[in-house]
Design a protein around this ligand. Structure first.
Ligand code: PNS
Length: 165
């Protein structure tokens, strides 16, 4: 077991990355010297497939996080605990927005603990200004031609415009 954890993952679907995700990654980086944003190939929260391909989601996250020192973005397939082991990461960091996130995140943390009890699940509270941002809300607004520039970075605004044009 690692006593001091040097490397953490911030896992998610990132379909697409939002200012809320960027806030979580920035805060994870304050807690750990090395952070890997782990972009899952798999299905999203509501059971549907992602809107953007894995390659697009990784690219958008890389562009959005480009100048954050000690942060890299990597795709993964399969179980998160296996990816964490391959990467030598000792913790998972996720953001909690509201109570509605809690049940889902607790279930995932419980499952991940059963699969690998050495991997710590750590939660940071979303900054209030990002509390109601989610990738699905962003996609919905963008699909109706609404302005999402206060919710996602400029590269994602452009990608959404292209996708829903
Ligand atoms: O952004 P999300 O949708 O909350 O991210 C969920 C994610 C990708 C972290 C979760 O679905 C995941 O870990 N998927 C990989 C498959 C896995 O390990 N499942 C078992 C643990 S829940």
């Amino acid at each position: 077991m690692q006593t001091v954890i040097e490397h953490a993952l911030v896992p998610g679907t990132f379909d697409p990355i939002t200012f809320g995700h960027i806030d979580v990654v920035t805060r994870a980086r304050r807690l750990f010297p090395r952070v890997t944003v782990a972009v899952a190939a798999s299905i999203g929260k509501n059971g549907s497939g992602p809107t953007f391909s894995l390659e697009e989601r990784v690219e958008l996250a890389r562009e959005a996080l480009g100048d954050l020192d000690g942060v890299e973005v990597r795709p993964f397939r399969g179980l998160l605990v296996d990816f964490a082991r391959e990467e030598g990461a000792g913790a998972l960091v996720k953001g909690l927005r509201a109570m509605t996130d809690f049940e889902y995140e607790l279930q995932q943390a419980d499952l991940n603990y059963r699969l690998d009890s050495d991997l710590e699940s750590i939660f940071v509270m979303s900054a209030p200004q990002y509390g109601y941002i989610s990738s699905s809300v962003v996609r919905q607004i963008a699909s109706f031609g609404g302005d999402v520039s206060t919710l996602v970075p400029a590269n994602v605004v452009a990608a959404l415009r292209e996708h829903y044009k």
